[in-house]
Design a protein around this ligand. Structure first.
Ligand SMILES: Nc1ncnc2c1ncn2[C@@H]1O[C@H](COP(=O)(O)OP(=O)(O)OP(=O)(O)O)[C@@H](O)[C@H]1O
Ligand SMILES: [Mg+2]
Length: 373
């Protein structure tokens, strides 16, 4: 575990970048430092690997004061990834990734084998190994940066806005990749960003800093969204935190109804039976085709060309209440379509039922807070 104990950084010109910051960074999880520009995120991160020395306070790594360790030993245990990857432009991708192992005295072959293994792990095509950084896209370069930081298998990864220079789609891919890597490798990751959505998506714990290097709040993302400590944190979280909090509630307990679901070859009897305002029509495999108004189904004739779009379905248990609600909001009928992992319809659920589930999830959350607090 990394423990930051009452650390202050005063730069020579008198700027207080970090002010009496205390944080416990748990092992094998992602801790995100988030806050506006200039609030001391980079300074904090660099104090952890001693690229910046604190003016006051102590940082402990597994109980040991990092000041008492040789810098080289310390840095070897910490990979470092920065914005734009910071690759060596005159070295090939494979040699970039193999840099630290080579420095540690590994043979060329072993270091390159390790680099190849890491390229696969971070989702880089082996064909890119011989290229130079300028021949890669920004997103690919960031992946190389992550692979390079992982090369010597350090227990700690320090990441300073690693994904902020790439477009939103590539960025989402890199975030998903990082979560997968974290899951597989169990690294202790300290991740800096100024993007609160990125913080909420990636963080096991999120530290919100404010200008002057003050800690405003340190909590798991769901807790942050449920109870911002003050107006600054609330403002920083943005206007729709209630909706975003729904990402942390599972949809598995939603009560689905199969009544309004009918196959395309349904009999007139089947069609006449349900008293729902709309019917969801499925194909022979049970996959959704679209919504039909009962009026259109008169005489047992379902016209596939007249169906309304069923929108995006959700997978109960896998998707959150936020996704389920979104499906219902986007649906022309106000009902969300639930499917299993094969895409077969398991039922439908109304906005009203989802609303009830949200209220009971909130009530359960409050009860949990009362027990815990
Ligand atoms: N070497 C330095 N000398 C003097 N002041 C510095 C130095 N490095 C950073 N600062 C100041 O310390 C404060 C915190 O800087 P830091 O880089 O840690 O912020 P940050 O949160 O990473 O910001 P950003 O989101 O813009 O990257 C800022 O006011 C900055 O101007
Ligand atoms: Mg910074």
């Amino acid at each position: 575990m990394i423990r930051i104990e009452s650390v202050t950084k005063r730069y020579p010109d008198g700027t207080v970048a970090v002010d009496r910051l205390s944080l416990e960074i748990p092992d094998r999880s992602i801790t995100v430092l988030v806050g506006p520009s200039g609030c001391g995120k980079t300074t904090t991160l660099r104090m952890i690997n001693r690229m910046v020395e604190p003016s006051e306070g102590t940082i402990l790594l597994d109980g040991q004061d990092i000041q008492r360790q040789p810098v080289t030993t310390l840095r070897r245990s910490m990979g470092y990834v920065i914005q734009n990857a910071g690759l060596f432009q005159h070295r090939t991708i494979v040699d970039n990734i193999a840099t630290v192992p080579r420095m540690l005295g590994w043979g060329r072959q072993k270091a390159r084998a390790r680099a190849a293994e890491l390229m696969e792990r971070v989702g880089l095509d082996a064909a890119l190994a011989k290229r130079y950084p300028y021949q890669l896209s920004g997103g690919q370069q960031q992946r190389v940066g992550v692979a390079r930081a992982l090369a010597a298998d350090p227990p700690v990864l320090l990441m300073d806005e690693p994904f902020s220079a790439v477009d939103p789609v590539v960025r989402k891919g890199l975030q998903d990749e990082l979560l997968r890597i974290q899951d597989e490798l169990g690294k202790t990751i300290v991740f800096v960003t100024h993007d609160i959505d990125e913080a909420i998506k990636l963080g096991t714990m999120v530290a919100v800093l404010r200008t002057g290097g003050h800690l405003a709040q340190y909590a798991p993302p769901a807790e942050l969204l449920a109870g911002p400590a003050d107006a600054f944190v609330e403002d920083f979280l943005g206007g729709d935190r209630g909706i975003r909090r729904l990402s942390f509630f599972p949809s598995g307990a939603l009560e689905l109804t199969a009544g309004p679901v009918i196959p395309l070859d349904a009999t007139a009897e089947q069609i006449a039976a349900p008293d729902a305002p709309f019917l969801l029509v499925t194909d022979a495999d049970g996959r959704p085709l679209g919504w039909s108004e009962p009026g259109d189904l008169a005489a047992g004739d379902i016209r596939p060309d007249r169906l309304l779009s069923h929108g995006r379905p959700f997978v109960p248990g896998t998707d959150s209440l936020r996704v389920a609600l979104d499906c219902a909001v986007l649906s022309p009928t106000g009902w969300a379509v639930a499917v299993d992992t094969d895409g077969k319809v398991t039922g439908v659920v109304s906005q009203q039922t989802i609303g009830e589930a949200i209220r009971s999830a909130h009530a359960a959350g409050r009860a949990h807070d009362e027990v815990a607090g």
